[in-house]
Write a protein that binds this ligand. Structure first.
Ligand code: ZN
Length: 161
């Protein structure tokens, strides 16, 4: 069967950046299983997998706009240190969940200068073109329950208690 909306697709993948550094890989573990058509993986990879079948191998170059988005300077903000009450010493590299008008967002502290803290709400891979080497190991139809939940159950997917 071919990859289409509401397929459960299992893939082995290796993700590299433009410099060829490996950022993530399923190698040595179980394949990743995802629900196709639901935006559960980056857009550019999902588009490339459409219509493919088990056994297919693909090398997909995904531009930043179809991966984790372009770098957005407006997501870099200066926050007074007092906003981090209860944290102790605030240092560059610390990650927090900030409450924003668009809902919770992961931010990373990039600089601490005096009483001001610079935080960056961009995804760590924003602005980067990514390369995916993918092998499709299985394609099957999603169950009704998986469609209701919006994710895959079982190996490579979600495990409910
Ligand atoms: Zn579920």
């Amino acid at each position: 069967m071919q990859v289409a909306r509401d397929s459960v697709v299992s893939i082995h993948y290796t993700l590299t950046n433009a410099e060829g550094e490996v950022l993530d890989s399923s190698s040595g573990g179980e394949p990743l299983a995802y629900l196709h058509g639901g935006g559960n993986i980056v857009t550019g990879l999902e588009e490339a997998l459409e219509g493919k079948s088990a056994g297919d191998k693909l090398a997909v170059a995904v531009p930043a706009e179809k991966a984790y988005g372009t770098h957005d300077a407006s997501l870099i903000q200066q926050v007074p240190k007092r906003a981090f009450q209860g944290v102790g010493e605030v240092k560059a590299g610390m990650r927090f969940t900030a409450q924003t008008e668009q809902g919770p967002r992961q931010v990373v502290v990039t600089r601490v200068a005096g009483d001001m803290v610079t935080v960056d709400g961009n995804h760590p891979l924003a602005g980067q073109a990514l390369n995916f080497d993918v092998q499709i190991t299985e394609v099957r139809a999603a169950t009704a329950e998986e469609l209701t939940h919006g994710h895959v159950h079982g190996p490579g997917g979600h495990h409910h208690d």
